[in-house]
Design a protein around this ligand. Structure first.
Ligand code: GUN
Length: 623
């Protein structure tokens, strides 16, 4: 699985199968080989890249079985792209025991040429006791381990564990360590049917963050467009959906934010493939077959439309915001969004240092997002618990500028930590320009009649004891690279050059050599080689480092990007999109660049871009 674009745990990725590459996030429509509703060509036009079908159904039907065995699964389905097959697990959950064994059904899937074959996992239901669910996790793991040799087919090893977070974690860790190249989250259909999205979010988080990032995460049965954005935000890559047909049969229509009954509909929306073809009244009066096919068409179209929006949101890095907005569509989604926020600390390591778009602040729930969690964490370690703190009075700070009078007459005349009361949290004043403090957009920007009321601040007596600009870059350094690094990377004689037009810090150097620049778009530091050397001297190995093997080292020293497969060691606490120092196995500095992954993700990704190099120690042409 290669990472193409990211926003926290959400990713656009590329997954290779024997019949082609799947771009994720995507959905595999469920195809019942006995019952064709829409043509493959039509589904391809909607954006379908892969499908899922059931090997158990094929195996039980003589005609289907013979066709698949003689001419292959792809010929049977009439689709030359990636096909996943499920085992009979879901049937055994619905109808009781089935007549095939695990290896038998895996061998069959391989034999008919399935791209992704599923083991016969044990489906746990939400009502199962912890003990029963744990047994199912262990039995599923045992069955996965029955698959002892590499196969022509990718093996899907489902993560089970019912509603128990510890079991989901255990199952995710166990299954990640096996030959399974694909990890579906199983046993969630009853929760989806009951709209228990909050519990589902917890299950996804506990499965995802403990699973290998190198393997796609599939949500079995999770194809309702109202929940897909939330699931992708938490790291689901692939969905499957039989719902487009099931809902159609019941006369129900999927919309991006919910479901409507055809009976209640007066007008079809213009974007629907039904628009202009039928009026709502005509479709209500059509035969069951026609109605089912037309509604299935509308439903699948809606699902792909939502997926397109979700992908675009990841490219734009606004998926979090989209999910926050959409969570108001239904109380079950709102409850789920609140349950995600409880995991702020667990999610924070996966969130990038900054994003391109501004952060929209709506209400106190925004304060629970991972960016705020990160700021709160920093505040608590940057300022010791016993220290006397001072607050910047209203009017002395305007987003995002501390008044120059306040700086010279107060901040620089004592050494107290100063905090801005910003939104509902407290932020060290030195981070005034760092994402998201400066980049936030809140209702105050748009409320009429909001007048700033500057409070007069009494002048402090005495000498200047510190320099705000120097303290600012030191605090940013502490935030990005660890408490205590700022003082060493930027000694008192550091030269700071500010833009004449904007008054903002631009370049930072020492004895005529660049240490860093301060970026305009996110207010963070971009290190240069000399700054990197100083950071290396103050950071204990492997802090702030990505270590590459000898094969890659020369290339990286000449400015070529670092690929994951050459990384031999790294700091597990790396923040995605933060600068890192690239070193060889002797800890010699080669380059500085932006890490494309968090330390946690680096541990399990096997391929893809790891560091986008910005500065290097040797000339490009040099060997
Ligand atoms: N389809 C829906 N849920 C499941 C599950 O838990 N396991 C398998 N194999 N298929 C499913």
């Amino acid at each position: 699985m290669d990472l193409v674009h990211r926003e926290g745990l959400a990713r656009v990725g590329k997954f290779s199968t024997p019949h082609g590459v799947i771009t994720t996030p995507t959905i595999m429509p469920v195809i019942n080989p006995n019952l064709r509703i829409l043509s493959i060509d039509e589904m391809k036009k909607m954006g379908m890249e892969a499908i899922i079908t059931n090997s158990y159904i094929i195996r039980r039907n003589e005609n289907l079985r013979t066709h698949a065995q003689e001419k292959g699964l792809h010929d049977l389905i009439g689709f030359n792209g990636p096909i996943m097959t499920d085992s009979g697990t879901f049937q055994s959950y619905v109808y009781g025991d089935i007549e095939y064994g695990n290896l038998e059904i895996v061998d069959f899937q391989e034999q008919i040429g399935s791209d992704i074959s599923t083991i016969l996992d044990i489906f746990s239901v939400p009502e199962d006791t912890h003990e029963k669910a744990e047994k199912a996790v262990m039995e599923t793991y045992r069955r996965m381990n029955e698959v002892t040799t590499e196969r022509k087919t990718i093996i899907a090893g489902p993560i089970q564990g019912s509603v128990y977070n510890d079991l989901r974690e255990k199952s995710a860790r166990l299954m990640s360590g096996t030959l399974a190249g694909y990890l579906p989250i199983g046993g969630v259909v009853p929760l989806l049917e009951q709209y228990r999205y909050g519990k589902l979010c917890e299950i996804i988080i506990n499965s995802k963050i403990n699973a290998s990032f190198n393997k796609p995460i599939h949500l079995f049965g999770g194809g309702h467009p109202m929940f897909m954005g939330m699931a992708v935000l938490l790291g689901v890559d692939i969905f499957d959906s039989a719902s487009y047909v099931k809902y159609a049969r019941d006369g129900r229509m999927l919309f991006q934010e919910g479901t409507r009954d055809l009976k209640e509909i007066i007008e079809f929306p213009m974007w629907s493939p039904l628009y202009g073809k039928y009026t709502a009244r005509e479709l209500k009066e059509a035969s069951l077959d026609v109605r089912t096919r037309e509604l299935a068409r509308h439903n699948l179209f809606t699902i792909f439309m939502e997926l397109k929006e979700i992908r675009e949101r990841i490219y734009e890095q606004t998926l979090w915001q989209y999910v926050e907005e959409k969570s108001r569509a239904h109380p079950s989604l709102y409850a789920a969004f609140r349950s995600i926020l409880k995991y702020g600390e667990k999610l924070e390591p996966f969130f990038e240092l900054y994003r391109k778009p501004p952060l929209y602040y709506f209400d106190e729930l925004t304060e629970m997002n991972p960016y705020f969690t990160r700021l709160k964490k920093f505040r608590s370690i940057f300022i010791g618990s016993g220290e006397k703190v001072s607050y910047v009075p209203d009017g002395a700070w305007q987003p995002s500028r501390l008044s120059s009078r306040f700086i010279s007459e107060h901040y620089e005349k004592n050494s107290n930590p100063y905090l801005i009361k910003w939104m509902g949290i407290e932020v060290p004043v030195e981070l005034e320009e760092a994402y998201p403090v400066e980049q936030v957009i809140d209702v105050m920007h748009y409320e009429e009649g909001f007048a700033d009321d500057p409070e007069t601040v009494e002048k402090s007596e005495g000498e200047r004891v510190r320099n705000f600009d120097l303290e600012k870059i030191r605090a940013l350094c502490d935030f990005q690279f660890g408490i205590g690094t700022g003082k060493i990377v930027f000694p008192p004689e550091t030269e700071i050059v500010k833009s004449r037009a904007t008054g903002r810090i631009r370049t930072i150097s020492l004895n005529g050599k660049f240490l860093a620049t301060m970026r305009a778009h996110d207010g963070f530091l971009g290190l240069h080689i000399e700054g990197g050397k100083r950071l290396q001297s103050v950071s204990k190995y492997p802090e702030n480092r990505i270590v590459v093997d000898d094969e890659s080292a020369d290339y990286n020293a000449r400015g070529y990007n670092v690929f994951r497969k050459f990384v031999v060691d790294f700091d597990p606490n790396i923040i995605p999109l933060n600068d890192v120092i690239v070193v060889n196995s002797k800890d010699e500095l080669l380059a500085i660049g932006r890490s494309m992954m968090s330390g946690i993700e680096l541990a399990t990704y096997r391929s893809g871009l790891a560091v986008s190099v910005n500065h290097h120690t040797q000339e490009r042409g040099q060997a």
